[in-house]
Design a protein around this ligand. Structure first.
Ligand code: GLN
Length: 206
């Protein structure tokens, strides 16, 4: 069997492909040696080991989640214990509370998010960040019309902040949310972290 780049068994990773930058996640995961399934129908969720909800336009993705019957299947997938990661718009969709989203998303992480929080003058910026769970040099993070996490409570905790304390990544068990875009860099460390955060199979059955 061909191994992934870190020597683990290749996984089948789903990337929600309704809108947004799902291709960039696909390319990175394939470079890492994993199989990728672009998810366009809820039934495809049964065939994957982990799921990424990509960046894009959260209002559009939320609309397509509802119109394609994805809301409950995505909630069930989040509850299954398998790894789920929302990047940027994906993080907005995972949050229980969102400032300025005109319809419900998946609403499963104990975080509240403000969309487009950095204002027009800093639509995009980059920063070198320490992320809990990632060893080695700082992670180079790319922010594009990014949201910020206003608060994190309950089972969620912040795992990365900007220098001024602004929260830009959080984790809640098997769920990960980042307001930046690791798929746009060559650094696979956050994708590796994501694939390691699932609950063991026994815990999932319990
Ligand atoms: N500004 C977008 C939104 O609020 C998110 C941007 C992104 O995913 N890069 O939906």
């Amino acid at each position: 069997m061909t191994m992934s780049t870190n020597g683990r068994r290749p996984l089948t990773v789903g990337v929600l492909a309704l809108q947004g930058d799902f291709r960039e996640h696909r390319e990175m995961l394939e470079r890492m040696g994993h199989h990728v399934s672009e998810i366009r129908k809820p039934g495809q969720l049964d065939e994957i080991d982990a799921l990424i909800i990509p960046g894009g336009e959260s209002t559009t993705i939320a609309r397509l989640i509802l119109s394609n019957g994805f809301q409950q299947p995505l909630r069930d997938f989040c509850a299954s214990g398998k790894p789920v990661w929302g990047t940027c718009a994906g993080a907005i969709l995972l949050a229980r509370q969102v400032d300025n989203l005109d319809r419900p998303g998946i609403e499963t992480m104990d975080i509240s998010i403000q969309r487009n929080a950095f204002g027009r003058q800093v639509d995009s910026f980059e920063a070198a960040l320490q992320v809990e769970g990632i060893a080695g040099p700082p992670f180079h993070a790319v922010f594009i019309r990014a949201p910020l996490f206003l608060s994190v409570w309950g089972n969620a905790r912040a795992i990365c902040t900007l220098e001024d304390g602004t929260i830009v990544a959080a984790r809640q068990g098997n769920l990960l949310a980042t307001s930046f875009h690791p798929e746009l860099t060559g650094d696979t460390r956050l994708h590796e972290l994501f694939l390691s955060i699932g609950a063991p199979a026994e815990a999932r059955r319990g």
